[in-house]
Each structure stands twice: as structure tokens, then as C-alpha cells.
Design a protein around this ligand. Structure first.
Ligand code: SF4
Ligand code: SF4
Length: 246
């Protein structure tokens, strides 16, 4: 994917937020999707980092990635010493937890490399596996994507299997359950990224308003958000499952 690639610079950006949707009955939007689309936010920052390296440090060529190509981003981050891959399959940083976006600069120069993160600090904990409402974590660090609410509400074009429509735990976009129960997120800090601040209109939406949402309303609410990638029809279908099982 990158001519002459030699090194990877792996970076993390915290997206944890304390802010919550106000109506406890409202269909839940995952934390990562409450603000502006992270692809743009990370690409912008990585692009500045690449320009800085090129102009201030050393001539080089490189390319930016963030959840935008088939790179093994979590393994790269672990190999860069940033954390370990938890039983919920996400990267955990020992101080920041797992509410993190991962990005990379792939460069054509040699660097002074960090050591891989050698430990797995999950220990005997199985909270994420025990709490997953669909049983998607079938073994430590092995996820059956076809059962994962994140995949079912965002990625797949297929309908949610009937056997799982009653297990969506009121999740409309994504699902943070395995991260919320993880003890390593107990000290996660509020992110300071202006673009990740949620629209107050989104936080204030009631369950009744979600039931009636139309395409213009959806567009207004999610303009510039990662949720726009799921599309109105996907959102409507998921809302149908959530309200029919409540
Ligand atoms: S995101 Fe939700 S459904 Fe997917 S593995 Fe975690 S808890 Fe299970
Ligand atoms: S909940 Fe426990 S087992 Fe799961 S990722 Fe966190 S520390 Fe590891």
C-alpha cells in the first residue's frame, strides 16, 4: 500500500466522554459516534504530523491511515508499545484505557523503534465476555463479528438476524458495553478534542423523538458524523428492532 514502506508511527487519540444522552430510554449512540467523524479529525492531525516530520526533522515520504485500509492497526499499536489487546479484542493503554482511536503514519525511513508492549494485563478478568449481550466474544480476544452489535448496527448491509433482534440492549449505533465494564476504563479521562463534543440536540433527543425521526431530521443530526456512514435506512431498521422489542 505504500511504496518503499519501512516504518510505522502508531498514534492514539482518546475519545472518552462523560457526556450522556439525557433520556435513559433513548436508543443509545456509542461514544465514538457522538461527535464529528473521527476519520477526518485523525487524518487532519496525522497530516500535520507528517508535514512536521518532513519540514522539521528529515526528508521522507509517507501515507496516513486511520481505519481506512486493511492494516492490522491494533497489532501495530501493540508492537509500538502502546498497550495490549484485551479479551474484548480492543487495544488497552495502561493509563488511558480503550476508548481510543488508532492512526498510523507509514514512512519510508528507518526510526529509533519502541519495544512492543510485552504484557497482557487482563489477568483472570472476564467481565467483557460475561457482559456481552449477544455472546459475541466467543473466546479471549476472539470476536464473532456476526454477533457483535457494533458490526450489526454499523457495518453489515445484512438484516440483524432474528435470533439477535431482542438482544440489542437498546443500542442504535455501536455498543460500548464491553468497554464500559472493563476495569481499565475506570480512570478514563474526558477527551479534550473540540470536534468530539456532541451536539446538544443529539444528547437531548427523547425516545419519542427517535421513534418519529425522518430523513431530514437524521441528516441534520448526523451531518459530519461517523453515523452518516451507517445511513438513514440502517438507522430506521435498527430503531424498528429496538422499539418492537421494548
Ligand atoms: S461491542 Fe457489544 S456486542 Fe460487540 S463484543 Fe462488545 S459487548 Fe459484545
Ligand atoms: S474487561 Fe477484563 S478481560 Fe475484558 S478487556 Fe477489560 S481487563 Fe480484559
Amino acid at each position: 500500500m505504500v511504496e518503499g514502506a519501512i516504518s510505522v508511527v502508531s498514534v492514539l487519540l482518546n475519545y472518552y466522554t462523560e457526556q450522556k444522552q439525557e433520556d435513559p430510554e433513548a436508543p443509545v449512540i456509542s461514544k465514538y459516534a457522538l461527535g464529528k467523524d473521527y476519520h477526518y479529525v485523525l487524518k487532519d492531525r496525522l497530516s500535520k504530523l507528517l508535514s512536521y516530520i518532513q519540514s522539521e526533522l528529515t526528508p521522507c515520504e509517507g501515507r496516513i491511515f486511520t481505519d481506512s485500509a486493511p492494516l492490522l492497526e491494533k497489532a501495530l499499536a501493540r508492537n509500538a508499545g502502546l498497550g495490549w489487546i484485551g479479551k474484548h479484542t480492543l487495544l488497552i493503554h495502561p493509563k488511558m484505557g480503550s476508548f481510543l482511536f488508532i492512526g498510523e503514519l507509514v514512512l519510508d525511513i528507518e526510526l529509533n523503534y519502541d519495544d512492543p508492549f510485552g504484557n497482557n494485563l487482563c489477568g483472570s478478568c472476564t467481565r467483557c465476555m460475561d457482559s456481552c449481550p449477544t455472546g459475541a466474544i466467543i473466546a479471549p480476544a476472539i470476536l464473532d463479528a456476526n454477533r457483535c452489535i457494533s458490526y450489526l448496527t454499523i457495518e453489515t448491509k445484512e438484516a440483524v438476524p432474528e435470533s439477535l433482534t431482542g438482544s440489542l440492549s437498546n443500542r442504535l449505533v455501536g455498543c460500548d458495553i464491553c468497554q464500559q465494564v472493563c476495569p481499565w476504563n475506570g480512570k478514563a479521562l474526558q477527551n479534550k478534542v473540540l470536534e468530539f463534543q456532541p451536539k446538544s440536540e443529539l444528547l437531548q433527543m427523547t425516545a419519542e423523538e427517535w421513534k418519529k425521526i425522518d430523513k431530514p431530521g437524521y441528516k441534520r443530526l448526523f451531518k459530519g458524523s461517523a453515523v452518516d456512514r451507517a445511513g438513514f435506512n440502517r438507522i430506521k431498521k435498527t430503531l424498528g428492532h429496538l422499539f418492537s422489542s421494548s
